[in-house]
Design a protein around this ligand. Structure first.
Ligand code: TYD
Ligand code: MG
Length: 472
């Protein structure tokens, strides 16, 4: 009698594994996140050896990957680290997010909403890598070769060894990769890939997990850099890249509004560099172009002399990015005033409104309050607090804030303006872009080592002092 197929259960949010189904995950405490998948052991010894011929690449790869040659712990000094070679992707913005270029043998997940430009970005990376003499393979499970050709025609000239494959069967793909030995591979997208022996439908959590494991082995064993495209989906049958994040080396998110041309590439996990670096791109008619100076870009189109518009500064990794905070305060028509925050944390805005009421005597309880970070960027840095407060006060009083003024500082519950990190970089960025005044926490002002000469610095201790800078 055939033995029942061994399965395990794992949490699709954090990857926690268990032999039985559980309502709540002990790892991340989320509810209803457990899904069933064939167990690894069963896959390796049972079904895989049983399927003659099929999945050869995966099986041998699995065998070698799992084989422990020697179980001797090593001292740090004994471990070789020299010779980490970084390959440039030909895009400075992407290189920085990756921590200085591609590390060979790494698995990079690029996530993002549909239509945001993931395929375009990776096709451009392939073009650059091939142009530099690398062997590159682009595997698409979503588009036909003709569609890829049409897209490529929009991007310009392609040179070098770049080949394309339309395939979704990972067993076949593994064979091709092992045979062709490219230096870089793009899998577009991981949700379309399937392994015959994994049982479930393509796109299911189990399949995505199995597929990623296969690709991880291929990457590490053959020293191939593999890019995975992952769709960010709402709760449903498709696997959210949340679980994938634990398996890959680097996770990049491509963000942006579909109707705004610029896109932000954000590193959220990176085993080879710092996270929270961003790369800024603009979607043009001929693909993505890099935006070298995001501050200038974010501030383009800022209205002059408008009430409720304040320039603030957020640190994106090591880079200061100036951006425009817009606030609109108007009398409410309902018993319950509306509070809306776009591009920043809603609860934070509520908190700041409360601080303004209590500590600065600005009464907003009968007003609707709307806050927006212009340009579709999302920021949650506390250094924006002071900017939000000033924008709200400016709109409430109908008095514009000086256009050449930049504001940053965290606001505490007692209405105090607290210090934020990297004040000097922020001030320098403002000076560089021609701002003449900078409002910053008093503490930061006293710590500035070399105050820039061509910018006036105003230190504020609390919200009240900041309010005095706006009219009346
Ligand atoms: P795509 O890379 O297909 O997105 P994803 O793979 O993330 O789903 O990008 C699709 C969008 O980009 C599409 O709406 C058209 C736009 N686009 C341009 O504006 N210019 C271009 O040169 C290209 C290739 C695409
Ligand atoms: Mg795509």
């Amino acid at each position: 009698m055939a033995k029942a197929k061994a399965t395990i259960f794992f949490c699709k949010e954090c990857g926690y594994e268990s032999a039985k189904w559980m309502g709540q995950c002990p790892g991340c405490h989320e509810w209803n996140t457990f899904v069933e998948a064939p167990s690894q052991k069963a896959g390796a010894s049972g079904s895989r050896s049983g399927s003659a011929g099929g999945g050869l690449g995966g099986r041998t790869a699995a065998g070698r990957f799992l084989a422990v040659t020697e179980a001797r712990p090593k001292k740090l000094s004994e471990i070789e680290a020299a010779g980490e070679v970084r390959t440039s992707t030909g895009m400075e913005e992407l290189d920085r997010v990756l921590g200085g270029g591609l590390v060979s043998g790494s698995l990079v997940l690029v996530g993002g909403d549909p239509g945001i430009g993931k395929s375009t970005l990776l096709l451009q990376v392939c073009r650059n890598l091939a142009g530099e003499g690398h062997r590159v393979l682009y595997i698409s499970g979503e588009e036909s070769l003709r569609q890829i050709r049409l897209r490529a025609d929009r991007l310009g000239e392609f040179l070098g060894e770049l080949s394309f494959l339309c395939e979704t069967n990972l067993d076949l793909i593994s064979e091709v990769i092992v045979r062709e030995k490219p230096e870089a591979v793009v899998i577009d997208s991981i949700q379309t890939m399937y392994r015959e022996d994994a049982g479930s439908a393509p796109g299911s959590v189990g399949q995505v997990r199995e597929s990623t494991q296969t690709l991880l082995r291929l990457a590490k064993e053959n020293n191939i850099t593999i890019f995975l495209v992952g769709h960010v989906t709402k709760e449903g049958t498709m696997a959210g890249p949340r679980m994938l994040e634990h398996m890959v080396d680097t996770v990049l998110y491509f963000e942006g509004e579909r109707n705004v041309p610029y896109r932000i590439l954000r590193g959220v996990k990176n085993r080879f560099g710092s996270t929270n670096e961003i790369g800024v791109f603009e979607m043009c008619g001929n693909g993505l172009s890099e935006v070298a100076n995001p501050s200038e870009y974010m501030l383009s189109g800022k209205p002059e002399g408008a009430c409720g518009s304040v320039t603030a500064c957020s640190m994106e990794g090591t880079r200061p990015v100036l951006l425009e905070i817009q606030a609109l305060v108007c009398r409410t028509n309902f018993g319950m005033p509306r509070r809306t925050a776009a591009g920043t944390d809603y609860n934070r805005v509520n908190l700041l409104v409360a601080v303004m009421e209590k500590r600065a005597g600005i009464h907003l309880s009968d007003c609707d309050v709307y806050v927006n970070i212009a340009g579709g960027i999302r920021v949650n840095e506390p250094s924006l607090d002071l900017g939000i407060v000033m924008a709200l006060a400016s709109s409430h009083r109908d008095v514009p804030v000086d256009d050449k003024m930049m504001v940053f500082g965290e606001v505490g519950l007692s209405g105090e303006v607290r210090a934020v990190s990297m004040a000097e970089k922020r001030v320098q960025e403002a000076a560089k872009l021609g701002f003449t005044t900078c409002v910053l926490p008093c503490v930061c002002l006293s710590r500035l080592s070399i105050p820039p000469r061509d910018i006036k610095l105003i230190g504020v201790r609390n919200v009240r002092e900041a309010m005095e800078l706006i009219g009346r």
